[in-house]
Design a protein around this ligand. Structure first.
Ligand code: PAF
Length: 304
């Protein structure tokens, strides 16, 4: 269980060693961020679930470039995991994460326990939720019911607690980005949402904390996701504009690796996530698949 006393002990040990301010309570996180803003600093927030990799660090660097102070949150949010998903085994290398953030010069780390964020209940049975209806059931939301409700609820909480001027999210989670943008617009949050490009391993695999679950063979199989997107891009560059034909070409590529079980391959409007028939404006091509028991996602955007 996250937020166990073992976890907290590890947090306080790290706090002694590092100069970055580590806040485990809402009051501390709020006060640290308010103090940064009160001294006239533009505050950037990078929300994460930890197990940091170069993708996360690229968000931190973007925040550093665009803001005067950077806050990062590490919180493995239980409400965005389905009952059969990987909440219990989600990696939590907290000490390592702290060191990486310290090296990047992050000023504030907000790392609350589950009970701090969800004191009444972390079950899905009751309470207040933030839901972007219409978008939350699309793409990943279709195969992970309740996932985006958990994401928008925790991101709203983080925005209320830390009140950043800007928040940085990876383009890899393109559907998440669309849902968060819509939430920010509909609920008038005074925060700028900044999308940062996908960071890839040297072989092209999109960086993800879940890549750590893959063994050598699965890792090789996983590369088909990116190859399917490249196929779409190449056909698009050669002049193909009909989504059905572009999708069919990608399906052929994916079918060559039967060990990879496709969840979806879709071409959609990046804002509404509605399927497109012809690529006449910027179009999100998104893929999700299971490699063994690991669910991976990737995407690219086609710009005519
Ligand atoms: O993208 C993630 O890591 C998570 O969904 C987020 C935005 C930190 C919310 O828990």
């Amino acid at each position: 269980m996250i937020g166990s006393s073992g976890d907290l002990k590890c947090r306080s040990e790290v706090q002694i060693a590092l100069s970055m301010k580590i806040c485990s309570s809402i009051a501390e996180g709020r006060a640290a961020c308010r103090a940064a803003r009160a001294s006239g600093k533009r505050l950037g927030l990078v929300p994460t679930m930890g197990a940091l990799h170069e993708g996360h660090l690229s968000l931190v660097r973007a925040a550093r470039a665009q803001c005067d102070a950077v806050a990062v949150s590490i919180f493995v949010n239980p409400t965005q995991f389905g009952p059969k998903e990987d909440l219990a085994k989600y990696p939590r290398p907290f000490d390592r994460d702290c060191r990486l953030l310290e090296k990047e010069g992050v000023e504030i780390l907000f790392a609350p326990a589950v009970e701090e964020i969800y004191p009444k209940s972390n079950s899905n049975a009751e309470g207040t939720w933030v839901v972007v209806e219409g978008l939350s059931e699309k793409l990943d939301g279709r195969s992970r019911p309740g996932h985006f409700r958990g994401v928008t609820t925790i991101v709203s909480k983080l925005f209320h607690i830390l009140e950043p001027e800007a928040a940085f999210f990876g383009q890899k989670d393109a559907a998440q980005l669309a849902v968060i943008r819509r939430m920010v617009c509909d609920l008038n949050f005074a925060v700028e949402i900044v999308a940062c490009p996908i960071v890839r391993e040297s072989d092209g695999l999109a960086m993800s904390s879940r890549n750590a679950y893959l063994d050598g063979e699965e890792r090789r199989h996983a590369l088909v996701l990116q190859r399917s997107l490249q196929e779409t891009r190449q056909r698009f560059q050669a002049g193909e504009r009909t989504a059905a034909r572009l999708i069919a070409a990608a399906m052929e590529v994916l079918a060559r690796v039967p060990q990879v079980a496709l969840d979806y391959f879709e071409m959609v409007d990046p804002e509404t996530l509605d399927p497109v028939e012809q690529v006449s404006q910027a179009t999100l091509v998104a893929v999700a698949a299971y490699v063994g028991s690991t669910r991976l996602i990737d995407n690219t955007v086609l710009n005519p």
